[in-house]
Design a protein around this ligand. Structure first.
Ligand SMILES: NC(=O)c1ccc[n+]([C@@H]2O[C@H](COP(=O)([O-])OP(=O)(O)OC[C@H]3O[C@@H](n4cnc5c(N)ncnc54)[C@H](O)[C@@H]3O)[C@@H](O)[C@H]2O)c1
Length: 386
């Protein structure tokens, strides 16, 4: 049997177990250790997910010599410190988004990873839906023509009630921006990826509909809040945005607009975009990820269904099943991690000019975009993205 990459996962709430499962499904890796807030939590998660070693302090996981790559799946404020320490101990890093809470931190991480010659990745997994990649290649092959306009949204309803609560509502744990940094970052990453165009300036409007929320007096894992019967709450003032709309100017002539809203009833987790080009339009909805809409002026519109026989070779690389067999969220991370692990197995840790997985370069880019958007809200003006 060929050798497997040895993986360690820090943070085992919502997304950590998704990393563990996806890592295993690559058939290229073995999850050898996990870490969480304390020994008791780590032990029970290790038992639940059949991971052989567990640590109640992530620093012990970083000292585990067998671990080659560390997946960081903790709240945002820990990403910088954990990524930095992991790189310093010589581990490759796959960090959750956002890479850091401040631009300077993200820049430091990129510099350190390059200096250490280690692989670095930020989990912008939505790039790995087959029809997202196909859309990118349609733009690249010129089938969409010149990109005139881009519009879309990322909507969720898990913070709909003022009794919905999570660490993401606390700026010291999550950052100064919430909806933009948490889900807007996925949309912005995706749209620059698909259109191959950078956003050059932004103009933003924020709103916080629940200015006070009721915090449960016991901890709640992400998305589990909906299942709780509210018993005892503490009133907490909310300073970050439930909602944001951002006007966008791209390099070249393209214009765009994004709306994110975490209190949009009925929208569970819906990322939607539409690209209006000079030859056709394309649209994709993450809640129906196996369909790509192609809009035509002079003939009937089309729906391209995910089917490897109908997709370009770049897309086929991230398709596991034939047409009609739907692929979804868990498959995106599988394909993402496969690219990272292959590079580890090949011993090729260069990240410059690579066309594969998103790296700390992309993580830094999203922090820079978030900061420009925040600056626009503060100043009430268009802000250049530098
Ligand atoms: N790419 C995606 O699609 C996606 C989806 C969800 C979350 N995320 C990102 O993943 C990260 C985690 O989000 P989540 O929804 O899983 O949160 P969560 O609250 O469900 O889980 C966080 C986990 O980290 C653990 N943790 C907290 N402090 C720790 C510490 N000091 N040491 C070790 N473990 C610690 C918690 O106990 C918990 O197990 C966030 O940064 C979020 O932005 C990304």
């Amino acid at each position: 049997m060929s050798r497997l990459v040895k993986v360690g996962v820090i943070g085992t709430g919502f997304i950590g177990p998704a990393h563990i499962e996806a890592a295993r499904r690559t058939f290229l890796a073995e999850v050898v250790a996990l870490a969480d807030v304390n020994e008791e939590v780590a032990r029970s998660k290790a038992q639940q997910y059949a991971v052989p070693r567990f640590y109640g302090d992530y620093r012990y996981l970083l000292r585990d010599e067998e671990v080659e790559v560390v997946h960081i799946c903790t709240p945002n404020y820990l990403h910088y410190e954990m990524s930095r320490e992991a790189l310093l101990t010589g581990k490759h890093v796959i960090c959750e988004k956002p890479l850091a809470m401040k631009r300077k931190e993200a820049e430091d991480l990129l510099e350190l990873a390059d200096k250490k010659g280690l692989l670095h990745a930020v989990h912008f997994n939505i790039r790995y839906y087959p029809l997202v990649r196909e859309a990118k290649w349609m733009v690249k092959r010129g089938e969409v023509g010149e990109v005139f306009a881009v519009h879309g949204s990322y909507l969720q309803d898990w913070l709909f009630y003022d009794t919905d609560y999570n660490w993401r509502l606390e700026p010291e744990l999550s950052g100064e921006s919430r909806a933009i940094a948490d889900i807007g970052s996925h949309w912005l990453d995706l749209i620059e990826y698909v259109t191959n165009r950078k956003v050059k300036e932004v103009f933003a409007d924020f709103a916080t509909f629940h200015k006070v929320r009721k915090k449960p007096l016991k901890p709640v894992e992400t998305y589990a809040g909906k299942m709780l019967q509210p018993e005892d709450y503490q009133a907490i003032p909310i300073y970050t945005e439930d909602y944001a709309s951002v006007l966008l100017h791209f390099e070249g002539r393209a214009h765009g607009v994004l709306t994110v809203n975490q209190v949009a009833a009925g929208r569970k987790n819906r990322l939607y975009y539409e690209v209006d080009g000079s030859r056709c339009a394309i649209a994709w909805d993450s809640e129906k990820p196996n369909e790509l809409w192609i809009g035509r002026r002079d003939k009937a519109n089309e729906f391209l269904l995910k089917d490897p026989s109908l997709l370009g070779q770049e897309t086929r690389a991230i398709v596991s099943f034939p047409g009609g067999h739907n692929e979804g969220f868990p498959d995106t991370s599988k394909h993402f991690f496969r690219e990272v692990y292959r590079r580890i197995l090949e011993g090729d840790f260069r990240v410059k000019n690579q066309r594969e997985f998103p790296t700390f370069v992309d993580g830094l880019r999203e922090v820079v975009l978030s900061e420009a958007i925040l600056e626009s809200v503060r100043s009430g003006k268009w802000v250049q993205v530098n």
